[in-house]
Design a binder for this molecule. Structure first.
Ligand code: ZN
Length: 184
């Protein structure tokens, strides 16, 4: 059975048995916070549990490495939407140890792309168009620095309202949080 089919079969029962009733809430966050964190599998349940966050409590934006790589990209837009339209009034950036984006080499990812059929010409075309693929795919060296960088990007964005922006690092095995930037 395909993974999708398995999920859809489960979903049918989920709805029929009204399991959604445990999760009923509104689109406005009870804790009035928007969290930017990594897409890491270990954080799917661990991060909300470690922060005592339940369905309806916060907005969560996820991206590889919890990085804000472009001031006018969709990550920054999501944060602004949460702050201006959805009643969040604090921002929390949560990076984590042992992140896939930590020490990630763009070169090895580009090699993988080539092995899977992306041609050299494609990379050349992108390069001629002014797109620095290598820079775009690059990760970070130290998670604390990367979290501080994301906090700064958010904090200094020209469209940001006056709200606290915090930066934390989580241990993906124990859930322990360390503060990198306290925004108050
Ligand atoms: Zn990660």
């Amino acid at each position: 059975m395909s993974l999708l089919k398995e999920m859809l079969d489960y979903n049918k029962l989920f709805v029929e048995e009204e399991k959604y009733r445990d999760y009923e809430t509104t689109k406005y966050p009870n804790k009035r916070m928007v969290i930017l964190t990594c897409m890491d599998t270990r954080l799917v349940e661990l991060l909300p549990k470690a922060l005592n966050v339940k369905n309806g409590d916060v907005k969560i934006v996820k991206t590889a490495g919890a990085l804000v790589s472009h001031p006018f990209g969709s990550i920054m837009r999501s944060i602004l939407v949460a702050l201006y339209q959805l009643k969040a009034d604090e921002v929390l950036v949560v990076g984590h140890h042992d992140c896939g984006m930590s020490g990630m080499s763009a070169t090895s990812m580009m090699e993988n792309m080539k092995e899977r059929g992306i041609s050299n010409e494609t990379f050349d075309t992108l390069s001629y168009s002014g797109i620095d693929v290598e820079k775009w795919l690059s990760g970070f060296n130290k998670v604390e620095d990367s979290v501080a960088h994301s906090v700064n990007m958010i904090k200094n964005h020209p469209l940001m309202p006056e709200v606290p922006v915090h930066g934390l690092v989580i241990d993906p095995s124990t859930g322990k949080l360390d503060v990198v930037v306290e925004g108050y």
